[in-house]
Design a protein around this ligand. Sequence first.
Ligand code: RNT
Ligand code: ZN
Length: 429
Amino acid sequence: MSETVKQAYQEAKRLYAKHGVDTDEVLIKLAAIKISLHCWQGDDVKGFLFRDKKLEGGIAVTGSYPGRASTPEELRADLDEALSMIPGKHKVNLHAIYADTDEEVDLDRLEPRHFQGWIDWAKPKGLGLDFNPTLFSHPKAEDGFTLSHPDPEIRSFWIEHCRASRRIAETFGRELGQTCVTNHWMPDGYKDTPVDRWSPRARLRDSLDEIFADEIDETYAIDAVESKLFGLGSESYVVGSHEFYMGYAMSRGKAICLDAGHFHPTEVISNKLSSILMFTDRLLLHVSRPVRWDSDHVVTLDDELLEIARELVRGDLLPRTHIGLDFFDGSINHIAAWVIGVRSTQKALLRALLEPIEELKRIEVERDYTSRLALVEEFKSYPFGAVWDYFCEQAGVPVREEWLAQVKNHEQEVLQKRGGASAQRRVHS
Ligand code: RNT
Ligand code: ZN
């Protein structure tokens, strides 16, 4: 271990200890927090089943940065590369369109064996897998409706797809010995003001009930449902709104998935965690960064991320919360985007863990709001960076921005040599 990193850590340790915070203990806690890396950042949400289909469903990727993965092997190699720059043990979040198979198989016919390549890859590494049915970028989703579609045949196709997805998830959980979280998100909604808001919601409720009627072992797989305020082309009405899924999840014992980018621009999810987990067992987070109309910018260490982390730590909500990332930026190196997103999320959690929570809570109860404000502000410039560096070095991953050199080198050696139209473009570094 480098002497400078060690010395800076010892100094920081002493400062935090003055407020009763044990940095060694904090690092043990941080190392135990798993973050699920969303595979779809690696290839701009294209997947492998329908390569020629353009991205639909009210979500969009801008940018055509060279070198994105176009086979399961490439995507796994890229994930390996990202994971080598991230401290700790984590999970990988797959979408159904990332099946690893040569067969021509439609979504309603997918089976666990189509994902064997992923299981074989994850198992020896101790990686967990999460899962998502893909209810977009498909001919049967072209008019913007899936599980709430008025046509019973289309609905039943998507119901079968979600049922198949839950069987795949259960296999992941059983094979890997880690609970697989299956997140159900669909784009259903109207661009303009609907006449009938009720019927699509009633159909969505019934479709979900049919999907969840299959018994699966909750030790291996749990389900989450994700709401959205609006999407591209569903600006006026989304069937699966926040209230819809609050009601659905609460009444059916499912987890709610909160995506940080799926609310009004000034509405934050940090303020929702303590309310939702007051009445439910588990929560799934899609950590993302909304910027104006886009809900999926790369996660950075901003105020809201820190506030989310604080809520999880201060309320002791981490054991009941599954943390996943959800963003897609096609304008920068795909691997770097993962590394930045995960490391920023971990830094936010570290900062939250390093706060003298008991002391601050006591001050608040005593109504000494002056000290509360003063201390919270002072703690922002405590040397958490020294603790972070030590954590990275301990874990054997690059310290500070050292990882960027690895990414640049890998880009030259591997990504730029990849085939495909996008790889032909010159990269400016
Ligand atoms: C879309 C949702 C959803 C997707 C992924 C690809 O707005 O956030 O989670 O991003 O399923
Ligand atoms: Zn999401």
